[in-house]
Write a protein that binds this ligand. Structure first.
Ligand code: 5RP
Length: 271
């Protein structure tokens, strides 16, 4: 791997081999998603606990301080909306020139496997990988959004993640599912987990993230279950305890409860 590519990967994936990406790209097809109406305000208290921000160029330029000391993953695909004919019919919306200008650490693109637009989205992934290789910019492939969430099982998600890796993605984002080890085991590049719509309880999120980490995921790219939580900072800190401290669910719950109660420090676990 060339130095530039290796350097970007090292900024994204922390020395422990794990990562916490904070996605706030949802507006590119959902508009002002709940709690992301003012993304600059939403991320302010969360950024200290995130390893990278996943964002569109519009929001990046509009609300993110250029003095940001965290790497940026730039969303490069879009062109559809949740009220349009088909969410899967995405194209590449942002040039690699602009990604370079924005000094990003990686770029992200969605693929829609099993849809009418499967081929187009996969060819777009291939093109983006070609462009990324020219400049030393890694591509994160994003699997299974929108309608595809109905197919949240290991068979489908291993198909998606493997195809993304075969086409050159350096990291693949997918959803946690039962038998998650099969998904990770069939994917030769690192896998990160998204959360999907807000879960009923924080505990559920801690549990699936722990299971995913135990089964080989390198981390999370988790949005709504953090910033739509009633307690976003306790939530991201609890998740950080699992991802970076190998904490148990019980310990993470303790972090959550303690930070929520206003104690920055937790007696039995590191901050
Ligand atoms: C939306 C995305 C998001 O980055 C991804 O789905 C993660 O967010 P969440 O945890 O809210 O699902 O790619 O298109």
């Amino acid at each position: 791997m060339d130095w530039g590519m290796a350097n970007r990967m090292a900024r994204l994936i922390q020395p422990d081999g794990h990562c916490m990406f904070l996605p706030i790209d949802h507006g590119y097809f959902q508009g002002p998603t709940r709690m992301l109406e003012q993304p600059g305000e939403t991320i302010k208290p969360l950024l200290p606990y995130a390893d990278a921000l996943f964002v569109t160029r519009g929001v990046l330029r509009a609300v993110v301080d250029p003095a940001l000391d965290k790497p940026v993953i730039l969303r490069m695909s879009g062109g559809t909306s949740m009220v349009g004919a088909d969410l899967a019919n995405e194209g590449i919306t942002t040039s690699m020139d602009d990604a370079v200008r924005l000094n990003v650490a990686a770029v992200g693109i969605s693929v829609f496997i099993g849809t009418e637009f499967e081929k187009e989205s996969l060819l777009n992934l291939g093109k983006l990988v070609d462009e990324g290789e020219k400049y030393g910019i890694p591509v994160m492939a994003v699997t299974a959004v929108g309608k595809e969430l109905e197919k949240r099982d290991a068979r489908y998600l291993s198909l998606c993640t493997r195809i993304c890796a075969e086409l050159g993605a350096k990291v693949v984002k997918t959803y946690w599912c039962e038998d998650f080890g099969k998904v990770v085991g069939g994917c030769p590049v690192p896998v990160v987990m998204a959360g999907g719509p807000q879960a009923d309880t924080e505990r559920e999120v801690l549990e699936f993230v722990k299971d995913g980490m135990d089964n080989g995921s390198i981390g999370i790219n988790l949005g709504r279950n953090i910033w739509q939580s009633e307690h976003p900072v306790p939530m991201i800190r609890a998740l950080r305890h699992i991802v970076h401290e190998n904490g148990t669910v019980a310990e993470a719950q303790e972090v959550f409860d303690s930070v929520k109660a206003g104690n920055g420090r937790v007696a039995s676990v590191p901050a």
